[in-house]
Design a protein around this ligand. Structure first.
Ligand SMILES: [Zn+2]
Length: 213
C-alpha cells in the first residue's frame, strides 16, 4: 500500500516553490493543488467563482478565506487526492491552517529558505513577453535576442509586480503571514526546512532526502 503523504510547500515568490511541487508530484506520484492555478483557471473559464475572484482582485482585494477554504476542501475530497497531495499556496494564514488541520491535516510542511536579497535578485531578472506572456530570466533563462520574445517576437518587459518596491511589499506580507504557520508546524515536529538558494536539482534532492525515498 502506498504511503500517505500530505504536504504543503512554503516559500516566497521566486523561491522555486512551484517547480519543486511539480518535481515532488512526479517523484511520489501525487497531485499538486495550487490555489493560484485554481483561481486562474476559474477566472479564465469565467465561472461564478472566477468572476467573483477577478472582481475582488481588480479592486485590489483578497479572495476571502471562506471561499478559498471551501474550494480547497472541496477539491481535496476528490478520489485522486486519497493517497496524499502537494499544496502550493495554501494554507496562507492561520485561519486557513485551522480549517485545513481540522478537516484533513498535513504530514509535512516544507519551507524553502531563501533570503530577501536573493528573491529581489531573482525576480528583478525576470522578464515577461508583453504580447504572449512567456516568462524569461535574463540570468538563467534568457531570450535568444535581448528584450525580444523567442516565441512571438514581442517586446520583453519587467512586470510592475517584479519592481523592487512591489517585491519588498510582498515579502513583508509573506513573512508576516508565514511566520505563525511555520511556528505551528515546528511545534508539531512537522517542519522540513531546506536551503532554497541552490540549483533546482540540489534543492529537490535535499527535500527527498528528508521525506524519504
Ligand atoms: Zn511572446
Amino acid at each position: 500500500m502506498p504511503k500517505m503523504l500530505r504536504i504543503a510547500l512554503f516559500g516566497p515568490q521566486g523561491s522555486g516553490k512551484g517547480t519543486q511541487a511539480e518535481m515532488l508530484a512526479k517523484k511520489y506520484n501525487l497531485p499538486v493543488l495550487s490555489t493560484g492555478e485554481v483561481f486562474r483557471k476559474e477566472i479564465k473559464e469565467q465561472t461564478e467563482l472566477g468572476k467573483m475572484a477577478s472582481d475582488l482582485i481588480n479592486r485590489g482585494q483578497l479572495v476571502p478565506d471562506e471561499i478559498t477554504n471551501g474550494i480547497v476542501l472541496g477539491e481535496l475530497r476528490a478520489p485522486k487526492y486519497q493517497n496524499g497531495f502537494i499544496l502550493d499556496g495554501y494554507p496562507r494564514n492561520m485561519n486557513q491552517l485551522d480549517i485545513l488541520e481540522k478537516n484533513i491535516g498535513l504530514d509535512w510542511a516544507i519551507l524553502l529558505l531563501i533570503s530577501d536579497e536573493e528573491v529581489q535578485e531573482r525576480l528583478a531578472s525576470r522578464r515577461v513577453c508583453s504580447s504572449c506572456g512567456a516568462i524569461y530570466n535574463i540570468i538563467n533563462k534568457p531570450s535568444k535576442k535581448e528584450e525580444v520574445c523567442d516565441i512571438c517576437g514581442g517586446k520583453l518587459i519587467t512586470r510592475d509586480d517584479d519592481k523592487p518596491e512591489a517585491i519588498a511589499k510582498r515579502l513583508q506580507i509573506y513573512h508576516r503571514e508565514t511566520e505563525q504557520i511555520i511556528n505551528y508546524y515546528t511545534e508539531k515536529g512537522k517542519i522540513i526546512k531546506v536551503d532554497g538558494a541552490g540549483l533546482i536539482e540540489e534543492v529537490f534532492e535535499k527535500i527527498v532526502e528528508k521525506l524519504g525515498k
